[in-house]
Design a protein around this ligand. Structure first.
Ligand code: 2P0
Length: 353
C-alpha cells in the first residue's frame, strides 16, 4: 500500500473570557486543578479571538516533530502544558482508530498548528485562554473527536486554567471539583449570551505596562504565603459564586456589578497579602476604579463594573443602554489621564458571544 501523503486540516476560533469571580490558586499545579471555582463572561469573537488551523500528515517529517506558529513566530511546544494537551488529544484519537481500523492513523502523524490573535499583543490581554481553547478545539476537529465542549474543557484546562472557560460562549463557570484526577474540574455554561444580550465590556489598556509576575508563579506564591487567601477560598468565593449565578439568572446588573468589583478587589487584596506582596494594579488602574465609582455615584446606581486580572488593564462591564454615560465618561475622564491609551479607550469595546 502507498503511504497516505494527504494533509488533513481543520480551523477554528476561540474567544477571550474575562472572569468576574476570579481563578487564583492551584491545588495541583501539574493538572491545573484550582483551589476555587470561578465564573467568566465570554467576549464576542468579532472583537477578540484566536484563530487556529491544525494540520497533520504522514508526509510531515517525523524528525521535525509537532510545531506551532503563533502570530507568525515559531513557539515552543515542548512545555509540559502543550505536551499534556497533545498527549490527551492523541489518546482520544487513538481510541477511535483502535475501534475503527479503517480510519487513517492521524494520532501517529506530526501536528502543525498556525495560530493568530485578531487583537494586538500590546493590548496586554491574557491570550492563553483563547489560545489553548482554540488549539484544543482545532486538533479535536482535525481528529473528528466526538467530545463535547465540557469534555474538551478538561483538556484545555491542562494547557491553561482559564482556557477551559473559553470552550463556551455566554456566562461560564469553571467548577473546581474535588477529585484528585481532575475529571470533575470542568467548565459549564451558566447562561447563553442571548440570555442577557445587553451586556457589554470595554477594555482599558494601560500604556505603561511592565512585565509583572506571571499568573502561574504569582498564584503559587499567594497559596503558599497568604492567610487572607485561605479566607477567600473558604468563604468569599463560595458566596460570590452563588450571588453571581443568581445575578445572572435574574439579569440583575447592580448585583452583577457589586460582586464583580468586590471579587476583583478581594483577589488583588490576596495579592497584596502575598509575602513578598504582588502588585498588579497601579496608579493608572486606581484612576479607572475612581472613574467607575464617580460614574456610578452620578447615576445613583451601579451602571459600570471594573475588574482587573494579573496586570494593570481594566475591563469595564456595562449594559448597552448605559453605553453613552459609561464609555463616554470613561473616555472623557481617562482620555487625558497619563498612562491610559486614548485610542484603546474607544477602540476595544466588546459585546458578548
Ligand atoms: C481568571 N486569571 O480567572 C484569573 C484572574 C488571572 C486573574 O486565569 O497557570 O493564565 O495557565 O492556569 O489561566 C490567569 O491565569 O493561569 C487567570 P494558568 P491562567 O481569569
Amino acid at each position: 500500500a502507498t503511504a497516505d501523503k494527504k494533509v488533513y486540516r481543520a480551523s477554528t476560533t476561540a474567544p477571550v473570557n474575562i472572569a468576574v469571580v476570579k481563578y487564583w490558586g492551584k491545588r495541583d499545579p501539574k493538572l491545573n486543578l484550582p483551589t476555587n471555582s470561578s465564573l467568566s463572561v465570554t467576549l464576542s469573537q468579532a472583537d477578540l479571538r484566536t484563530l487556529t488551523t491544525a494540520s497533520c500528515s504522514a508526509a510531515y517529517p517525523a524528525s521535525e516533530g509537532d510545531s506551532l506558529l503563533l502570530n507568525g513566530e515559531a513557539a515552543d511546544v515542548t512545555n509540559a502544558r502543550t505536551q499534556a494537551c497533545f498527549r490527551e488529544l492523541r489518546r482520544r484519537r487513538a481510541a477511535l482508530e483502535a475501534a475503527s481500523p479503517a480510519l487513517p492513523k492521524l494520532s501517529t502523524y506530526p501536528l502543525r498548528l498556525v495560530s493568530e490573535n485578531n487583537f494586538p499583543t500590546a493590548a496586554g490581554l491574557a491570550s492563553s485562554a483563547a489560545g489553548f481553547a482554540a488549539l484544543v478545539r482545532a486538533v479535536a476537529d482535525l481528529y473528528e473527536l466526538p467530545d463535547s465542549p465540557a469534555e474538551l474543557s478538561l483538556v484545555a484546562r491542562q494547557g491553561s486554567g482559564s482556557a477551559c472557560r473559553s470552550l463556551f460562549g455566554g456566562y461560564v463557570a469553571w467548577r473546581a471539583g474535588s477529585r484528585e484526577d481532575g475529571l470533575d474540574s470542568v467548565a459549564d455554561q451558566v447562561a447563553e449570551a442571548a440570555h442577557w444580550p445587553e451586556m457589554r465590556a470595554v477594555v482599558l489598556v494601560a500604556s505603561a505596562e511592565k512585565k509583572g509576575v506571571s499568573s502561574t508563579s504569582g498564584m503559587q506564591q499567594t497559596v503558599a504565603t497568604s492567610g487572607l487567601f485561605r479566607e477567600r477560598v473558604a468563604t468569599v468565593v463560595p458566596a460570590n459564586m452563588a450571588r453571581m449565578e443568581k445575578a445572572i439568572a435574574d439579569k440583575n446588573f447592580e448585583e452583577f456589578a457589586e460582586v464583580t468589583m468586590r471579587d476583583s478587589n478581594s483577589f488583588h487584596a490576596t495579592c497584596a497579602d502575598t509575602y513578598p506582596p504582588i502588585f498588579y494594579m497601579n496608579d493608572v488602574s486606581r484612576a479607572a476604579v475612581r472613574a467607575v465609582e464617580a460614574i456610578n455615584a452620578h447615576a445613583g446606581r451601579a451602571v459600570a463594573a471594573y475588574t482587573f486580572d494579573a496586570g494593570p488593564n481594566a475591563v469595564i462591564y456595562y449594559l448597552e443602554k448605559d453605553a453613552e454615560v459609561v464609555v463616554g465618561t470613561l473616555y472623557h475622564v481617562l482620555g487625558d489621564t497619563e498612562g491610559w491609551k486614548r485610542e484603546a479607550l474607544s477602540g476595544l469595546k466588546a459585546s458578548m458571544s
